[in-house]
Ligand binder design. Structure first.
Ligand SMILES: [Zn+2]
Length: 239
């Protein structure tokens, strides 16, 4: 699926459909650190690279707050932790940023000269990774996309996590459901985006819940730790 961004930036969201992995990883698993057959994962990743026609940079994600430039990341020691990459139309020519997801929120920020692809799990959202992404851009971000991720329909959270979200983003991001709480990560990210100047209709959110749509997406919450990852890939179309 492609979301519309201002030129020259482009972003694609993969689903779990159309790849070579089998069983619980079926079929377009992009995670080289999963227990899936490495050959199948490599072929799946090669499909994405062929689709975007660029070298795909895929960092080691750790639920941290670090966002760096794609060309800069390439120079770092292999395995450097990173949960967001920026793509500058000139500096990162020939590169695409691929981050992997199975419930966590893909957040794409788009500015005048660069874009950021961010992996925002609940820790990252609370910790301020959306703000880090905004700071990592050279110009002011003007557009954002919230990709397929676990929705307020399904994200049950422990009380202390829910309290953290209520304290940070307001009580309206927490929904009481009987004895448990659900946290609205999309509303929380939307509020974080407003704090960095991206408001209302500048935020695109198709509200696709990964846990509700397991035919199309991997869901860590629904399927457990042994599952695959879909991707969000961003690049600049400069030639
Ligand atoms: Zn759901």
């Amino acid at each position: 699926m492609e979301a519309r961004l201002p030129r020259p930036f482009r972003v694609l969201f993969t689903t779990r459909v159309g790849g070579e992995s089998t069983g619980v990883f079926s079929s377009l698993n992009l995670d080289p650190r999963s227990e899936d057959d490495p050959t199948a994962v490599a072929r799946n990743r090669a499909r994405v690279a062929a689709l975007v026609g660029r070298r795909v940079i895929s960092p080691v994600q750790v639920h941290g707050l670090r966002v760096v430039g794609a060309a800069e990341y390439v120079q770092e020691p292999p395995g450097s932790p990173c949960d967001g990459l920026t793509i500058h139309a000139d500096i990162d020519e020939g590169l695409a940023a691929l981050l992997l997801f199975a419930d966590c929120v893909p957040v794409v920020l788009c500015g005048e000269v660069d874009m950021a692809v961010i992996h925002a799990g609940w820790r990252g959202v609370l910790g301020g990774i959306v703000q880090q992404g905004g700071r990592a851009l050279m110009g002011a971000p003007g557009t954002a996309v919230i990709g397929p991720s676990i929705g307020p329909c399904c994200f049950t959270a422990a009380d202390e996590v829910a309290s953290g979200f209520a304290a940070r983003f307001g009580p309206e991001v927490v929904v009481r459901a009987g004895a448990s709480c659900r946290v609205d990560l999309w509303a929380s990210v939307t509020k974080a985006l407003a704090e960095i100047g991206i408001h209302g209709e500048q935020v695109v959110n198709p509200r696709l819940c990964t846990a509700c749509n397991r035919d199309f997406f991997y869901s860590y919450r629904e399927e457990g730790p042994v599952t695959g990852r879909q991707g969000c890939v961003g690049w600049a179309e400069t030639r």
